[in-house]
Ligand binder design. Structure first.
Ligand SMILES: NC(=O)c1ccc[n+]([C@@H]2O[C@H](COP(=O)([O-])OP(=O)(O)OC[C@H]3O[C@@H](n4cnc5c(N)ncnc54)[C@H](OP(=O)(O)O)[C@@H]3O)[C@@H](O)[C@H]2O)c1
Length: 294
């Protein structure tokens, strides 16, 4: 039996489809099971509740061999740890209590660089990995650069203003990854019962691209003007606070993007094993274009 947390997430929902294609025996834990597709609900067990809730995650872990772990980035969290390591603590206790053997978690690149000591959300994500690994389960952190799918948050700005805004240096070339590739790698790890111990599995898209490259490729693929505009940290903070994000998460994102600007995501050399297949142009055609058209 496999347990999938956050099955309504971008990565989790794709992962559930991939595991069902392999006829895996699945249990999902979801705050609102009604959000799950009916064709999925009919083929899985569902535990209603948050995977951060001790009683819900305890019930969900009974009889489970392996768990997919995705921590929600809680915009209202009082501290970053509350959204990462502390959120995982009840689950870590449940893994030990129920003899869960393996956990595959979603995390971030950066462990190999001193920049990771002060990289906001990334620092907190790596501390979460350490907490899960210390629980005694075999653990693989799928470590990722920024997701291509983050651009979906900018669809309104692209449609209305023909531009998207971040604090990243316009010319900084760095890897990106499509969420569909992260789900495929996670499925492979969950279905493989042979690994043990703790470690990281990097998942990097096939090319390093700058925000200006993203704008150029998006523009070519979509056939509309798309430009990138770098904004200062204070403007980013105002924007995020305007969306209702609390101080801890706003600062966590600012510190993370500052570290990325200094090379956080480029420290790990790409290898054939760490290279995921989806190019940014393909992602634009298959994911961004339909979102722009909708
Ligand atoms: N974005 C990046 O560039 C990047 C890079 C590296 C790592 N990551 C990591 O990737 C993860 C995000 O993945 P994603 O984009 O696939 O996620 P997503 O689509 O944003 O989905 C978030 C999920 O969290 C669930 N959720 C929210 N609050 C919850 C709570 N209190 N208790 C239980 N579940 C809750 C949501 O469920 P509901 O349906 O109930 O709302 C949803 O399933 C994060 O852990 C992030 O740190 C992101």
């Amino acid at each position: 039996m496999l347990l999938v947390t956050a099955p309504t997430s971008n990565i989790g929902s794709t992962l559930v489809d991939l595991l069902l294609q392999q006829d895996a025996d699945l249990r999902l834990i979801a705050r609102d099971p009604a959000k799950l597709d009916a064709r999925v609900r009919d083929r899985v067990e569902v535990v209603a509740g948050s995977h951060g809730d001790p009683a819900a995650i305890d019930a969900a872990c009974r009889g489970v061999d392996a768990v997919f772990w995705l921590t929600p980035n809680d915009p209202a969290a009082a501290t970053l740890d509350a959204s990462f390591a502390d959120f995982a603590r009840p689950a870590c206790e449940a893994f030990a209590r129920h003899g869960v053997e393996r956990v595959v978690g979603i995390s971030a690149l950066g462990r190999d660089t001193p920049l990771a000591d002060d990289a906001g959300c990334v620092t907190a994500s790596l501390a979460m990995d350490d907490t899960i690994a210390a629980s005694g389960v075999a653990y693989r952190a799928v470590v990722c650069p920024s997701f291509m799918d983050n651009l979906l948050n900018h669809v309104g700005a692209i449609k209305e203003q023909g531009r998207f805004f971040m604090t990243i240096d316009p010319d900084l070339e760095a890897p990106l990854t499509a969420c569909s590739d992260i789900a495929e790698l996670s499925a492979r790890l969950l279905l493989d019962g042979t690994w043990s111990g703790a470690g990281e599995v990097p998942c990097l898209g096939p090319e390093d691209l700058s925000p200006n490259d993203l704008a150029r490729i998006a523009s070519q693929t979509l056939g509309i003007p798309v430009a990138y505009q770098q904004i200062p940290n204070h403007a980013f903070a105002e924007r995020m606070s305007g969306f209702g994000m609390g101080q801890a998460m706003v600062q966590g994102l600012i510190d993370m993007f500052d570290a990325k600007n200094q090379g956080l995501d480029t420290a790990r050399p790409r290898t054939p094993e760490s290279t995921a297949p989806t190019t940014f142009a393909t992602w634009c055609r298959t994911v961004l274009a339909p979102a722009i058209d909708s």
